[in-house]
Write a new protein. Sequence first.
Length: 139
Amino acid sequence: MSQLIATVKNIESVDNLNIVTFICNDEILKMMSLDLNDTIEVGKRVVLVCKPTSIALANPTMDHKVFSEMLSYANQIKVKIVSMDVGCLLSSIKLQFGDFLLESIITSASVERMTLNENDELLALIKSNELSIQEVLND
């Protein structure tokens, strides 16, 4: 699991559906959740987790803002490839996001099609329902 430490910036709730907005490395992240723990409140620091298979990669060839507006992914963060383990079918791509190391597992065919290399700068795409809070930090 990839982990990020973020601060809760906003919580929107309707019935038991919640959209939580976080700030992490000066980027906005959003999480969709049913039934939110009572200890989660604005200003709290939390550990967010995401499965490596839930992190898609994009290498936009157009203006970032234009590209971003064309996608429904709430979480589009700028990352840099620090290492790649390319297998026959699947590849593990390690991504630097500020002080955090994320992992994306994608098909090796995608690595080849996108001509990915170490030090490439990409967008990591994470749907809001794929982020979850692992822990509320008490600091």
